[in-house]
Design a protein around this ligand. Sequence first.
Ligand code: 6PG
Length: 476
Amino acid sequence: NKAAIGLIGLGTMGSALALNIADNGYKIAVTNRTVSRVSEFINDAGELSEYLIGCDDIESFVASLQTPRAIIVMVPAGKPFDDQIEALKPYLDEGDTLIDAGNTNFHDTRRRDAELAADGFRFVGMGVSGGEEGARFGPSIMVGGPEESFKPIEPIINAIAAKYEGDPCAAHLGPDGAGHFVKTVHNGIEYADMQLIAEVWGILRDGQGKSAAEVGALFDRWNEGELKSYLVEITGKALGATDEATGKPVVDIILDRAGQKGTGRWTVIEALGLGQSASTIEAAVGARSWSAAKDVREAGAEILAVQPEGGPQVSEEDLADALLAARILAYAQGFDILTAASETYGWDLDMARVAEIWRAGCIIRSALLDDISAAFRGELPKGRLILAPAFAKRLVNGSAALRRVVASAAMNGQATPAFSAALAYFDTMRTARGTTDLVQAQRDFFGAHGFERVDQEGGGFHGPWALSAEDMNVSR
Ligand code: 6PG
């Protein structure tokens, strides 16, 4: 009576996934580098232990699996992961599938996919979102790899995934690194949305003197309307929570220095590499990096002290409308990166399906995603979400509020990097004739780079400037 699937690595996420699989009636073999964790895990599993086969070593673990085997590897990314694959290989047979369900850089997934395929093994790079609770009770699952590698495990993956009106939030999205790439961009959007929410908190706390409880209640209300989303929901709850030791709001005793494990940064790096700019996501990644320089900010509070001119504070309604507009722009930038990557890597990503499997289980699940998938299935001018009728209308309607939020924050000296980036992107994209005419002139002036003309076909035109020693000295 062998196991349908195996899992190596009983950390937080690995344990939760294993219990989820067992809970869905599949027998699963588990093992862990620190062997004592295996019996501990089985003992804690209660009734589910009848679906678990605990193994103390790789050999017995592999032997306890049905063939062809499917093994989820949940060990830390990087070298430990490659080492684990090497340790497994001698026990595997051709056609066995290894599954990476961690937050892995898709370049590593592509490399491993090619290496394992050359050895006759199969590899599935699977992005899993929803944190520990999601992994245990229903995450969103973004699958990449050869379709035939996914087919045998598809019933298990669909069973453990979150359901949106009965539809499993899991899909095979494309070959090799497609799943991990989509998960990376999901996290990039997550960073942007979290930063936008934090900027709203800053405006209300520092600009309007609101308490954590008051702002928490506002987020609770917003979660009833168009802003309904997991992140708005947990923000309301987090702001409403009290620190037991001090009796203060928890948020007031948390140091304002945010960490990051890499996925947000990878999103920005990949965006730039693909000739895109995910400016709202970049603002969010940058804001976390700036937050780390706490000592510099403390010194800056003295050395750079300045009394801003000030200006009217914005209404709660404006903040809600601005948050919705900026959130749409962040999603749109994320989907633009996916579009560019899909073309570059030949993934043929189905954007509507990506939006659909984000509707439940994942961290960025929100009321917008249903409309986003509908927009991708319908008319999408120039392939851009911001131009889809449903979103263009919301952006146009929300733009005045977005503008007031950014202007008010600027006048009152409050940093809103993500809102500002969102507004700049919106204004750039509705400006048919921008200002890079002058950048082109400058490039041609100092580097003879050539430019295109508005009145003739082709490129390589030059301005009436001849490079001379005198020109090069103009600014001396
Ligand atoms: C999810 C989360 C999850 C996690 C990331 C981001 O989708 O479940 O994105 O993967 O929170 O590790 O963490 P950092 O903020 O530390 O980069």
